[in-house]
Design a protein around this ligand. Structure first.
Ligand code: FDA
Length: 308
């Protein structure tokens, strides 16, 4: 399985296959299991349906690693439109943003400026911007930008971050973020990282996830535990019960199209659930990371595709 995971992660960076897949009808049909659609309207329609099932949403306009300032501003415009539409349609939704899509690799200042204007917009419209976490070469700069923005009194509570349990540094980061009152989404981590910076064994990543969940659950800010792993969810539920932490003080997050049964069960049990809904034409790297997490998905998709 680790071999297959590496293969899918390598494929996620393959330009030729990406260009071909994103343009092909077959590729789009395959991706529809995990991606809401190509257009903003598709994402809003899915968000509304998810809200109707009692779950909140975070919208992700797919794309990463832009190569020009114009592209970064274009990507930001989509998010500004989303914030307006979320407010206009009274959706229970916020946005998830990748800083490399906002030009981080061209200039951290550009990404900082764009993230600031999104957080200001979110703050004005009563929404929230979650900054997704990308590979470990970007952890420090991402943390710096979020901390700097969150320190502005008008943006307090309008911006949050993601921490990956597989990184050794995450415990110290979480302690600091919790002390600063910055909202954290904890996940296991989706990139291929070297042994110098990240746990490689699933058992170690899981132990780290549980340890870090407990720190977050005990801290006063409203944090999110993003996982489809029933063992992680059971550990969080039992810790919260044992410490008298009310379910309204945190949320579980899951990806669109993944473990919908589990999403529904958590809602029925009275937990807050938020679904991460990605949309847009640049779905290929996202889709490949989902296959890397569970290579069996590739077989499942292929079977359904040929059956349909
Ligand atoms: P794990 O991978 O151990 O899987 C546990 C079980 O969950 C599997 O046995 C299977 O049953 C189910 N499952 C997991 N993935 C599945 C899939 N794709 N299809 C079907 N079943 C699946 N990562 C990151 O590096 N930066 C980020 O910003 C984010 N953001 C983010 C937001 C949200 C809302 C979620 C849920 C996840 C992320 N991630 C992320 C991805 C995260 O790091 C991780 O790669 C995936 O969530 C898979 O890990 P699990 O915790 O689900 O457990």
């Amino acid at each position: 399985m680790p071999l297959l995971r590496s293969a899918f992660i390598a494929l996620s960076r393959n330009r030729v296959l990406r260009n071909f897949s994103e343009r092909s009808i077959v590729g789009r049909r395959m991706s529809s299991r995990f991606v809401a659609g190509m257009e903003i309207d598709d994402a809003l329609r899915v968000a509304e349906a998810v809200n109707q099932q009692g779950m909140a949403v975070t919208l992700d306009s797919l794309g990463e690693s832009v190569t020009s300032e114009t592209e970064a501003h274009k990507a930001a415009d989509v998010y500004h439109q989303l914030l307006d539409l979320i407010a206009a349609r009274k959706l229970n939704a916020n946005i998830s943003v990748k800083l490399t899509q906002m030009g981080l690799e061209l200039s951290p200042k550009l990404a900082d400026t764009i993230a600031r204007s999104l957080a200001e917009h979110a703050s004005r419209s009563g929404s929230f911007v979650r900054i997704d976490m990308e590979d470990s070469s970007l952890t420090r700069v991402t943390l710096d930008i979020v901390r700097r923005l969150h320190a502005r009194p008008d943006l307090r509570g309008a911006i949050g971050i993601v921490i990956q349990a597989y990184l050794y540094r995450s415990e110290a980061d979480i302690e600091q973020l919790a002390a600063d009152g910055i909202r954290v989404r904890l996940c296991k981590g989706a990139y291929k990282e070297p042994a110098e910076v990240a746990f490689a064994r699933k058992a170690d990543v899981d132990a780290s996830f549980i340890r870090l969940s407990k720190i977050l659950l005990e801290s006063p800010a409203y944090h999110a535990l993003a996982t489809h792993d029933e063992a992680m969810i059971a550990a969080a539920k039992s810790f919260a019960k044992q410490r008298g932490i009310d379910p309204s003080r945190f949320e579980f997050q899951m990806l669109y199209g993944v473990r919908r049964d589990l999403q529904r069960n958590l809602v029925r049990e009275g937990y807050n659930v938020r679904v991460y809904v990605p949309f847009g034409r640049e779905w290929y790297p996202y889709f490949m990371r989902r296959l890397a997490e569970r290579p069996a998905n590739a077989l499942f998709l292929a079977r359904n595709f040929f059956r349909a």
